[in-house]
Design a protein around this ligand. Structure first.
Ligand SMILES: *Cc1c(COP(=O)(O)O)cnc(C)c1O
Length: 366
């Protein structure tokens, strides 16, 4: 454990690569892209993208131009799509970087057709159709209307996004799958993509030519109703700064939100909300000390968390001893649940203050 940082964040690039292979196999013939927006879900795009490339991934999705530029530095030969499209007037920057915007509005399509085309012909871009999210993309009627428009050219990808893919039985899935199939028929020959991580597990009708997993690559469970088929990628180990014994009636933390129900042993950890660990985990989060789940007490503060370690083995309780905040039983999904959020937010909030270690990378592997 590091002396100069509060906690060690370990990112297993071997597990990341293995997860891509699992998803590529599950996608059964569809191309498996990788979504690496938000700094590869907090894991670090500069290390994650090359590891995915070496595993065999060739197409990457980010949200913004700045992320596309970081992706280009990490994987120079990759196909890079920008999910949020392009802001007015920025087509040149996309062309210069060889990025493919995901176009989702008529005005955007028109501007791209005018200024985004390379001198020698059409420049590829994806067409995003909204089949239920009401967030980004053309409506289905708009897209069907546009399909016959020769000014559109041939998009390099036709895509839509699932609303509730992680809830396998949600009727919205079947509705979106059907609408997307209808849409595809109007764009013959254009490769199509619908599935995010969870969508890959909804069956062949959702997979088409390309799948776009993000969360599952980083170890999140794409099938929350079933055991997690993915390998954990992220691990967070903090250090016990101090131990103290409190008696019944004593309180702990800001605003005395916790009162000892009896004699308890408390440990203070060197992680807080300034590290991106959510304050909403106050009173319901936990850490593993000596393999025992120890609950948080009081509020998560900026740099510190207090644990009730009364039930932890005495041998695991000393100044400097480790406590696991993410890892083993406390996977990212569980940490998210305990913070009243989702694992996605846990990953994308991972702070810059940790001592980051990358393991499992094998640059020689092809
Ligand atoms: C973020 C995102 C994905 C990846 O979703 P996961 O649930 O993380 O697999 C795929 N497609 C679009 C359009 C997205 O915004």
């Amino acid at each position: 454990m590091t002396e100069s940082h509060g906690a060690r964040l370990t990112i297993d690039l071997g597990a990341l690569a293995a997860n891509w292979r699992i998803l590529a196999a599950q996608a059964a013939g569809a191309e498996c892209a990788a979504v690496i927006k938000a700094d590869a879900y907090g894991c670090g795009i500069a290390r994650a993208a090359p590891a995915l490339w070496r595993a065999g991934c060739r197409t990457f999705f980010v949200a913004h131009l700045s992320e596309a530029e970081a992706a280009r530095r990490a994987v120079p030969e990759a196909v890079i799509y920008v999910l949020n499209g392009f802001p007015p007037g920025s087509a040149d920057a996309y062309r210069a970087g060889g990025f493919r915007p995901v176009l989702g509005a008529r005005a955007e399509i028109a501007e791209w057709a005018q200024t985004g085309r390379a001198p020698g012909g059409a420049l590829p871009a994806a067409l995003h159709v909204d089949t239920g999210m009401n967030r980004l993309g053309l409506s289905v009627p708009e897209a069907l209307d546009l399909a016959g428009d020769p000014g559109l050219g041939a998009p390099s990808l036709l895509m839509s996004h699932l609303v509730s893919a992680e809830v396998a039985g949600d009727p919205l899935n079947a509705r979106q799958v059907a609408d997307f199939a209808r849409l595809r028929a109007a764009f013959p020959g254009v490769p199509a993509s619908l599935a995010n991580s969870s969508g890959i597990f909804l069956g062949p009708e959702a997979r088409h030519q390309m799948v776009r997993p993000g969360y599952a690559l980083y170890g999140g469970n794409p099938t929350p109703e079933r055991p997690n088929p993915m390998r954990p990628v992220v691990r967070l180990d903090a250090r016990i700064l101090q131990l103290r014994d409190v008696s019944r009636g004593e309180t702990a933390g800001y605003n005395a939100r916790w009162t000892a129900p009896g004699p308890r042993r408390l440990a203070t950890l060197s992680v807080g909300y300034a590290d991106g660990y959510p304050r909403s985990a106050s009173g319901r989060g936990a850490a593993l000390v000596g393999g025992v789940l120890c609950p948080f007490v009081g509020t998560v503060s900026m740099d510190l968390i207090i644990l009730d370690v009364t039930d932890a083995p005495a041998a695991a309780l000393e100044r400097g001893a480790p406590a696991t905040l993410i890892g083993d039983r406390l996977d990212v999904d569980e940490v998210g649940r305990r913070a009243g959020t989702i694992g996605y937010e846990i990953l994308t909030s991972l702070g810059k203050r940790y001592d980051r270690h990358y393991i499992g990378d094998d640059p020689a592997a092809g």
